[in-house]
Design a protein around this ligand. Sequence first.
Ligand code: IMP
Ligand code: MG
Length: 183
Amino acid sequence: MSASSTDPRLDGRAVRRIAYDEATIQKRVAELGRDITAAYPDGELLVLGLLKGSFIFLSDLVRHIERPLQVDFLVASSYGDAMESSGVVRLLYDPETELEGKHILLVEDIVDSGRTLARLLDLLSARQPKSLAICALLHKHIAEHLTSPVQFVGFDAPHEFLVGYGLDHAEHFRHLPYVASLE
Ligand code: IMP
Ligand code: MG
């Protein structure tokens, strides 16, 4: 499916540039699935999706991980009532699945400042998982707040505001099968 300005999903908005088309994303997600399968030869694996942005990426990714696993989600709020990120992350939905003793793979749509992830890693590591790793579809490589490495990265993202494949602008455009920047 093309993404011209006539794409009815765009509601009249125009795409400036398609950063990653559907075939490119699918190929890379399959590779990530293979890398993750190889990286966890044993132990229990819990794939933990950070909502809402990871929902499409995670659902494609887990179908390429060929070993036993569990899926759960978490919802974090980093802003509270403030206009700017306070650095305080609260869990609005806490995974029901036990984390202790498991390999946890935290799945995120995009790493920007890294602030949310840095706080989440602190929170989750307190639950004594066997290991804790991050898989992000996109990484802007400007994450000064994130000291831990992102072990699995789909693409090194351009410094543009991107939408699609889970990423939103005011809750719109999450359902695009490609990742694009808008005019
Ligand atoms: P961070 O805590 O600054 O790394 O914020 C990461 C979150 O901001 C992501 O999970 C996204 O929800 C959102 N975000 C960052 N960059 C973009 C973008 O280019 N498009 C859409 N959402 C973004
Ligand atoms: Mg968002």
